[in-house]
Write a protein that binds this ligand. Structure first.
Ligand SMILES: NC(=O)C1=CN([C@@H]2O[C@H](COP(=O)(O)OP(=O)(O)OC[C@H]3O[C@@H](n4cnc5c(N)ncnc54)[C@H](OP(=O)(O)O)[C@@H]3O)[C@@H](O)[C@H]2O)C=CC1
Ligand SMILES: O=C(CO)COP(=O)(O)O
Ligand SMILES: [Zn+2]
Length: 352
C-alpha cells in the first residue's frame, strides 16, 4: 500500500527588488494578518531598515512594538517570547541578518504566530527557511520552526550592506555542493531519507552562483539580486526536504564547531565556505570539486584560508576532528577523522 505523504511549507509572498522595503505594508496586508505587529531587529539593521519598517507598519492602523536583540542565543529568544506574552502581538517581523531573523522566527513558532522576514544582509540562507539555528553552549540546535509568511528583500539595502556579508551569503550557497554530496552519502550508508528534487534544486542553485561568480561585484545591485535569489532558492530546497540537509553537511558541522571554539571570529557563511573546501577534499581527494569551490570563493572575495578567517591552525584542526560530535548527522566525517588526516586535508587544500 502507498503510504507516503509530504507537506511543503513555503512563504506566500516573496518580494525581491529595488526599493521593495516600501512594499512591506502591502506584502503584509495581503496576508490578512490581524493584531499589532512586533518588529524584532538588532542595532545596525534597525538603523538601516527597522525604523522604516516600523513607520510603515504604523500606517496599517496598529501601533507596532519593537524589540532589539543583541546576540543569537536561547536567552534572547526567551526575552522576545516574554515581550510577546506581555503585549500579545498579532505577528512578528524579523528585520536584520541571521540573528534577528532566527530569533523572530523561533519566538513566533513558539508562540504559534506568523512571522515576516525582512533581511538587511544577503548573508545566509535562513532568510527564507523554516528552520532556526542557534548555538547553545557546546551544541548547536537546528530547530524546526515555520517558514516566514512573507519575505521582503530590498536589493538597494542588500547592495549597500558591507560586501563581506554578501560574500558570506555566496559561500553559504556554494557550500550546497558538499552538503548535497554528504546527504547522498548518508542516504546510501544510513538510509537517510533523500529528496532528489530538493537535492537537485540545491545543487543547481550553487552551480548558478558559481557560473555567475565573475559578475558579482561590491555595490552592484544586480549582484545582490543574484545572491538573494539563490538564498531564496536554497531556503525553498530546505522547505521541500523539511530539513537543512540540502544546505548543511560536514562543512556546516565544521562551522558550528568554530562558533564554539572561536565565537564571533568569522561570519557563518565564510566559515562554511572554508569548510566546504575541506569537505570536498575529504569527499573526492585532490582531483575533485575542491579546486572549483576554492576558486569560486576566491573570485568573489570570500575567505579560502584559516588566516583569512582569522582562525589559528590549532582551532581549525580541533574543529575538523570534533565536528562530527556536534549533532547526529551522518557526513563524510563519519565517526570522526584523526588529526593527521585533518592536517593533510587542510594543507593539501591550502586552508593551512
Ligand atoms: N536558520 C537558518 O537556516 C540559518 C541561520 N543562521 C544563523 O544566522 C546567524 C548568522 O547570520 P549573519 O547574518 O551572518 O549574522 P548577524 O545577524 O549577526 O549579522 C552580521 C553582522 O552584520 C550586521 N548587519 C546586518 N545587516 C547590516 C547592514 N545592512 N549593514 C551593516 N551591517 C549589517 C549585524 O549588525 P548587528 O550586530 O547590529 O546585528 C552584524 O554585526 C547565526 O546565528 C546563524 O546560526 C545562519 C544560516 C542559516
Ligand atoms: O546554515 C544552515 C543552512 O545553510 C542551516 O543549517 P544547520 O541545520 O546546520 O543549522
Ligand atoms: Zn548555512
Amino acid at each position: 500500500m502507498f503510504e507516503k505523504s509530504t507537506w511543503i511549507r513555503l512563504p506566500r509572498n516573496v518580494v525581491v527588488g529595488h526599493g521593495v522595503l516600501d512594499q512591506t505594508g502591502e506584502a503584509i496586508s495581503d496576508l490578512h494578518l490581524g493584531g499589532t505587529p512586533l518588529v524584532v531587529t538588532s542595532p545596525t539593521p534597525r538603523e538601516v531598515a527597522g525604523d522604516r519598517v516600523h513607520r510603515e507598519l504604523a500606517e496599517l492602523g496598529e501601533t507596532p512594538e519593537m524589540v532589539i536583540v543583541e546576540e543569537a542565543s536561547f536567552d534572547e529568544i526567551e526575552r522576545v517570547i516574554d515581550v510577546v506574552e506581555e503585549m500579545n502581538p498579532g505577528y512578528l517581523v524579523g528585520v536584520g541578518g541571521g540573528k534577528a531573523i532566527d530569533i523572530a522566527k523561533m519566538a513566533a513558532a513558539d508562540q504559534g504566530l506568523g512571522f515576516v522576514s525582512v533581511p538587511t544582509a544577503a548573508s545566509h540562507d535562513g532568510i527564507v527557511s523554516g528552520r532556526g539555528s542557534v548555538p547553545d553552549g557546546g551544541n548547536r540546535h537546528s530547530v524546526a520552526a515555520d517558514p516566514p509568511l512573507a519575505v521582503v528583500a530590498d536589493t538597494e539595502i542588500l547592495a549597500d550592506a558591507p560586501w563581506r556579508l554578501t560574500t558570506a551569503g555566496c559561500a553559504d550557497i556554494i557550500s550546497n555542493y558538499t552538503a548535497v554530496r554528504d546527504w547522498q552519502l548518508a542516504n546510501r550508508l544510513q538510509n537517510t531519507e533523500y529528496s532528489r528534487y530538493a537535492g537537485a534544486l540545491s545543487r543547481m542553485t550553487a552551480e548558478m552562483l558559481v557560473e555567475n561568480a565573475d559578475s558579482l561585484k561590491p555595490g552592484l545591485e544586480q549582484s545582490a539580486w543574484v545572491v538573494v535569489k539563490a538564498l531564496v532558492s536554497s531556503g525553498v530546497a530546505m522547505s521541500i526536504a523539511d530539513s537543512s540537509r540540502p544546505a548543511s553537511g560536514a562543512e556546516h558541522l565544521f562551522s558550528h564547531q568554530l562558533d564554539r571554539l572561536a565565537p564571533g571570529e568569522a561570519l557563518h557563511g565564510h566559515q562554511v565556505g572554508v569548510g566546504s573546501i575541506l569537505t570536498a577534499y575529504l569527499q573526492d581527494g585532490e582531483h575533485g570539486e575542491f579546486q572549483n569551490i576554492r576558486s569560486a570563493l576566491a573570485t568573489i572575495g570570500a575567505p579560502t584560508t584559516a588566516e583569512e578567517l582569522g582562525i589559528d591552525e590549532d582551532t581549525v584542526l580541533e574543529a575538523l576532528t570534533t565536528a562530527h560530535e556536534i549533532r547526529d548527522r551522518y557526513t563524510i566525517l563519519g565517526n570522526g577523522i584523526d588529526r593527521d588526516a585533518a592536517r593533510e586535508a587542510a594543507t593539501a587544500t591550502g586552508v593551512l
